[in-house]
Design a protein around this ligand. Sequence first.
Ligand code: ATP
Ligand code: MG
Length: 302
Amino acid sequence: MIIETEALTKLYGKKTGCKNISITVREGQIYAFLGPNGAGKSTFIKMLTGLIFPTSGRAEVLGKPLGDVEVREKLGYLPENFKYQDWMSGQDLLSFHASLYKLDRRISESRIEEVLELVKLKGNEKYKIGSYSKGMQQRIGIASSLLCDPQLIILDEPTSALDPIGRKEVRDIMVELKKRGKTIFLNSHLLSDVEMLCDSVAIINKGSIIKEGPLDTILYEKVTLEIHADNITGPILQKLGEIDKDMEYERDRICLQISGNEETASIAELIINNGGRLYGLIPHRETLENAFIRLIEGENYD
Ligand SMILES: Nc1ncnc2c1ncn2[C@@H]1O[C@H](COP(=O)(O)OP(=O)(O)OP(=O)(O)O)[C@@H](O)[C@H]1O
Ligand SMILES: [Mg+2]
């Protein structure tokens, strides 16, 4: 396992940072923590990176207990809201960070070239960071977190300040890192980004996980099927009503909830065999944004 935590808890005095977090992240996964502001996402990451100590619980990162110094050498970490010195060039920043990782000069030169290529900043390294766009600043931050060729990369909201193009650029970097076999743990508010990237997610609210697992298991299991047809006869409506008594019907459009895509074919047959003319069948799976709002709102009403 790359990350394994068991009832990991951090209290700030009487205030809860996060509470009883037990998760497992496997090699090669992209795993995301989602949650509203103040949910405890950064607190969790800071414990993983050894920046703060848990109040209780236990965890292993790369097979070693929290705070292990050797593990830090194999960890890439991008903090939230980081700000580098404007007067430094991208090259200065990367050289400085390479020296913090104690990389040998020759290795550090080739690693800097490699990470600049990866984050598509080659050719911009001589310019001052103050002149970089937010997207470039985010990418140089990611580049610095990759200098040690980490097995595990921990990113605290890597796309939150970016426009759609910047977000796509950062997503592409993550996809490339995954292809190279890296494991990524990230915090994010940007649910569409997470939906496109992640294998597994945990939704966290007020310090506790309210739902965790592969993306598929987070979304509502039923699929909404939108049917476009005419000549919809009484028997068709009756049979569809048996599948979902709350189905919506208006003129040539029917929406009903089905258990999975397998039912779609039999619904098509049912319509055609009963004299309907079928123009379209569109299955809609719940979006992660919807699931997030449903789960968080459900929590807040409890
Ligand atoms: N150093 C600290 N001292 C006291 N309370 C803290 C400290 N750091 C965080 N907290 C509190 O712990 C809770 C979780 O904060 P945390 O920063 O982990 O949330 P987050 O999910 O990362 O939020 P955001 O989305 O705003 O970044 C919040 O109530 C916060 O006020
Ligand atoms: Mg945070």
